[in-house]
Design a protein around this ligand. Structure first.
Ligand SMILES: Cc1cc2nc3c(=O)[nH]c(=O)nc-3n(C[C@H](O)[C@H](O)[C@H](O)COP(=O)(O)OP(=O)(O)OC[C@H]3O[C@@H](n4cnc5c(N)ncnc54)[C@H](O)[C@@H]3O)c2cc1C
Length: 538
């Protein structure tokens, strides 16, 4: 069976996840009855594309058919969804090329420069920050990297793999697993997102505590910049001046197209366990995960849900009988109202090493009142770690929008950051006479601090204008709350166009002009991915 990508939502069109009746009842109590509405049809969307004839001169590698252009013009941000679902497309790309190798990418870049065409590379199109929205006056060519998915070389001694950068998560892991290796990079968008996209947006996988963020995994590679090919060699470490890999990491398509990437791989683990632990309250959960991270025990994942997210998870799980039983048990053990769920991942070369890690972590969580429920909840999470994303489709069908905002900050700020994000989201929707149900988890926990990841569920709105206004208020309020409290505007989703207005708050004027100068150096004729990172400032 070949996957057929949904054109106006998440994932494989043949896969559907249903909401439990308990979940719908819960949301109705939390934010009101959903506002389901008919989606724009594919035919309507295609008619809108036809109203914008392609401005590209013909090229044998460029496809300008309406459906190809439509499918290449959107990522997965809420703004992307609103435009597709309400049939208010706005600007679409002028054409799409599917290069098969670096030489074709070079040819297309040269052609684009010659004809004054903007180039927008695209991987899995899972951006949630507006990276793929065409902007500027010039015609836009999207370079879909999906055909460049081969494993080119695997060095089992140095544990380095060289891949074409368009390879998506499942294809990358399958090619490595065939040789007994793994990259261990599992963002929630794993099913569709690509190695090149991960590198240039500084992605973080769910088990980055063991394997590292993509910054640690990316060892070097080849970038086709407009006019030049640039190869970064691999070293285990180097003191030779600035590390130029950092220029590619987070470059968001602005410097060129990453065609190949060398990544640090590890032997596939022999043993892995995910355990669910409940804490009586948020303060004890926070203290425990900080202590575990700072003890550097080598866990692969620490994911702590706040009371609201824990409550939501249990309410929306269905299985009311089993959940009731669990709640009574936890209550007897001191974790009642206000409890917080920690999912902890233990990954290792042997069952013995996993057991030892688990014992060491358990000693810490017990000090903070943590009650382990064993592997039942953890293994369920692991089994469904990429399936839950499909609920976004089901929630939309039921009339609810779901958006997420995320940041990272040092430990002393984590508690207030969570409150700030949630309060800002609630106040933003209140301006529209609406409620949002918000909940938060710490998805990546470090010795220095933590990421903070908040989800907002609210009613979509009766029409495009009101839905857009709700989303814009939410985005603005939560983004402002993040930067005013000293958080980064993004821990893992990147900047794109949607977060560009906040970038200067953390980079400063000097940093922003250095980024602009770097873009000019690699792309003097402004061919690449306009608007990303620098936004309106350019
Ligand atoms: C449901 C969902 C869950 C998510 N979960 C996570 C998560 O857990 N962790 C996380 O880090 N992110 C997550 N994301 C965000 C997103 O998946 C990441 O930003 C991912 O790295 C994007 O990869 P992509 O291949 O889809 O890139 P795209 O969305 O196609 O592109 C993103 C940017 O990268 C550029 N680009 C892509 N490929 C190349 C290339 N080869 N050369 C040059 N530029 C390129 C594009 O021009 C664009 O600017 C999630 C997104 C969704 C929708």
């Amino acid at each position: 069976m070949t996957a057929e990508r949904r054109w106006n939502g998440w994932g494989d069109a043949r896969v559907n996840e249903a909401l439990e009746p308990e979940a719908l009842a819960f949301l109705e109590r939390a934010v009101g009855a959903g506002q389901p509405r008919p989606d724009a049809s594919l035919a309507t969307a295609l008619a809108q594309v036809d109203e914008q004839p392609s401005r590209l001169p013909p090229h044998p590698l460029v496809d300008t058919r309406a459906e190809t252009r439509l499918r290449a013009s959107f990522g997965q941000s809420m703004h992307d969804w609103l435009r597709l679902r309400f049939g208010v497309l706005g600007r679409v790309t002028d054409g799409v090329a599917f290069p098969d190798n670096g030489a074709e990418v070079r040819t297309l870049l040269a052609w684009a420069r010659e004809h004054g065409v903007q180039v927008l590379p695209s991987g899995g199109a899972t951006s949630v920050a507006g990276h793929l929205t065409p902007v500027g006056a010039a015609p836009v060519l999207t370079l879909n990297m999906g055909r460049m998915m081969r494993l080119l070389d695997l060095d089992p001694v140095a544990q380095l793999a060289r891949f074409e950068a368009g390879v998506a998560g499942p294809d990358l892991e399958a090619q490595l697993r065939a040789h007994g290796f793994t990259l261990g990079h599992f963002p929630q968008s794993f099913e569709l997102s690509t190695l090149g996209g991960w590198v240039v947006t500084r992605s973080s996988g769910q088990q980055s505590a063991r394997y590292g963020r993509i910054e640690q995994l990316f060892a070097g590679g080849t970038l086709q910049t407009p006019g030049r090919e640039w190869t970064l060699p691999t070293f285990p470490a180097s003191a030779a001046g600035p590390d130029l890999r950092e220029w590619v990491l987070g470059s968001e398509g602005r410097l060129g197209v990453l065609t190949e990437a060398n990544v640090r791989v590890t032997r596939a683990p022999a043993a892995e366990r995910f355990v669910g632990v409940f804490f009586p309250d948020w303060a004890s959960g926070l203290a425990a995960v900080r202590q575990i991270a700072q003890a550097r025990l080598g866990l692969s994942m620490l994911r702590l849900a706040n009371p609201s997210e824990t409550f939501t998870t249990l309410q929306m799980a269905g299985h009311a009988g089993a959940v009731g039983w669990l709640e009574r048990y936890l209550s007897l053990r001191g974790a009642a109202e206000g409890k917080c769920l920690l999912l902890a991942g233990f990954t290792g070369a042997s069952a013995g090493s996993v057991r030892a890690m688990r014992r060491a972590a358990a000693a810490i969580w017990r000090e903070h009142g943590g009650v382990s429920t064993g592997t039942l909840l953890g293994e369920k999470w692991a089994r469904r770690r990429f399936a839950g994303v499909y609920l976004r489709n089901a929630l939309w069908d039921a009339g609810y929008a779901v958006d997420t905002m995320e940041t990272a900050c040092d430990w002393p700020r984590v508690g207030t950051m969570v409150d700030a994000l949630e309060s800002a989201g609630r106040a933003a929707l209140a301006q529209h006479g609406e409620r949002t149900h918000c909940y938060t988890h710490l998805s990546h926990v470090y010795a220095q601090g933590s990421s903070v990841y908040s989800t907002f569920v609210y009613r979509i709105g009766a029409n495009y204008a009101s839905a857009l206004a709700r989303w814009q208020s939410l985005k603005t309020a939560v983004g402002d709350a993040i930067v005013s409290r000293g958080g980064t505007i993004t821990h893992q989703h990147g900047v794109g166009k949607d977060h560009a207005r906040w970038l200067a708050a953390e980079k400063g004027a000097t940093g922003m002009s250095a980024i602009a100068a770097m873009v000019r150096e690699f792309d003097p004729h402004r061919v690449m991915a306009r608007g990303n990172l620098l936004g309106d400032a350019e």
